[in-house]
Design a protein around this ligand. Structure first.
Ligand SMILES: [Zn+2]
Length: 334
């Protein structure tokens, strides 16, 4: 997991950062926090960051140094006073025994300092028994202990657990933040941008980037846009030979239509001098060429036809028929 700084986290989760930093500065941390929100929004990173901030031997401007013994042991999961519990591999639930282990650890004095932190990931996966044993612990906190519960599905936790914790809600990332994060994870920027624009969700976008199908699908949409500029016939034969076999389910076809929509929206954006919103930014040449031949009105017309095709798919019209209909109409206006 990439480590994150308070500064970076602040650009995505302002409220959470404000609450936590304020509490740290004033030594007013609650005994238990529930970090909740969609996957990929930085909850685990924030928990580790908080642990490092509390244990760091030479923090600077409130940021942990990342270099001292404590920072490094927390990052590698080897700090004796920072205990992490999560789903064991292939397990469906967090069991009572795991919580019992945790409570036992916490019944000892902290090994090296006056603080102990536990981080419980996938908290919603606790069995009810596990939740009840944890509840007792949260209700009667030992001094110097800090509980950080993490979940993407808060409503699956017992209300009694939620009400004993201070809830920190992590908001979904912006498309731009998703793109940036995927890029930092070594995904090609062009793919990351398209995937973020399609899903508005880090996990979904990450899955698309890792799927070879998606890179091919995106390429074919670009090719389709180029064929459409030539003639309906050229585009139709492309649909039969390549596009339709690739976009082989309604769900995939919807994604294909969305990507095609982005293409014409990009042309419209360029007409309106809003190049910062362009999705196919790696296709500057191809877009520029079409920009010269397509008016604003034609781009808007293409977009409405694609949206109409999307509605037909939603109404379960056969994918191939929808594409034939679309290509012939698009040929009429382009
Ligand atoms: Zn440090």
């Amino acid at each position: 997991m990439a480590m994150i700084s308070w500064k970076t986290l602040d650009s995505q989760q302002k409220t959470v950062v404000r609450v936590l930093r304020h509490a740290v500065q004033r030594h007013e941390l609650a005994h238990a926090y529930l970090l909740e929100g969609p996957e990929g929004t930085g909850k685990k990173e924030a928990a580790l960051l908080l642990a490092q901030t509390l244990f760091c031997e030479s923090p600077q401007d409130g940021e942990p140094c990342r270099n001292c013994r404590n920072c490094r042991r927390i990052a590698s999961g080897n700090h004796p006073d920072v205990i992490r519990i999560r789903l064991e591999q292939d397990a469906a639930t967090i069991k009572k025994e795991q919580i019992a282990f945790l409570l036992k650890e916490f019944s000892y004095r902290s090994v090296e300092s006056s603080k102990k932190i536990f981080i419980l990931e996938d908290a919603e996966k606790m069995t009810v028994q596990a939740e009840n044993s944890l509840l007792k612990f949260i209700e009667e906190p030992h001094s110097g202990t800090l509980a950080l519960l993490i979940t993407a599905h808060m409503h699956q936790l017992l209300d009694t657990i939620i009400s004993r914790c201070q809830v920190l809600t992590f908001i979904p990332l912006s498309d731009q933040a998703i793109e940036e994060r995927l890029f930092q994870e070594h995904q090609p920027r062009a793919l990351a941008k398209s995937a973020a624009a399609l899903t508005h969700d880090y996990e979904g976008a990450a899955a698309l980037c890792k799927d070879e199908w998606f890179a091919e699908a995106r390429t074919q949409v670009i090719q389709l846009a180029q064929r459409l500029q030539l003639s309906s016939e050229a585009a139709l034969s492309f649909i039969y030979e390549k596009f339709s076999p690739t976009f082989d389910s309604a769900q995939r076809m919807v994604m294909g239509l969305d990507l095609l929509l982005f293409w014409y929206r990009d042309i419209l954006s360029l007409h309106l001098n809003r190049s910062e919103t362009v999705i196919f930014e790696d296709q500057a040449e191809g877009l520029k060429e079409q920009l010269l031949r397509l008016s604003e009105k034609q781009a808007v017309g293409a977009m409405s036809l694609i949206l109409e095709a999307r509605r037909q798919l939603d109404a379960h019209v056969n994918s191939l028929s929808v594409m034939e209909w679309l290509v012939i109409r698009l040929g009429g206006i382009l």
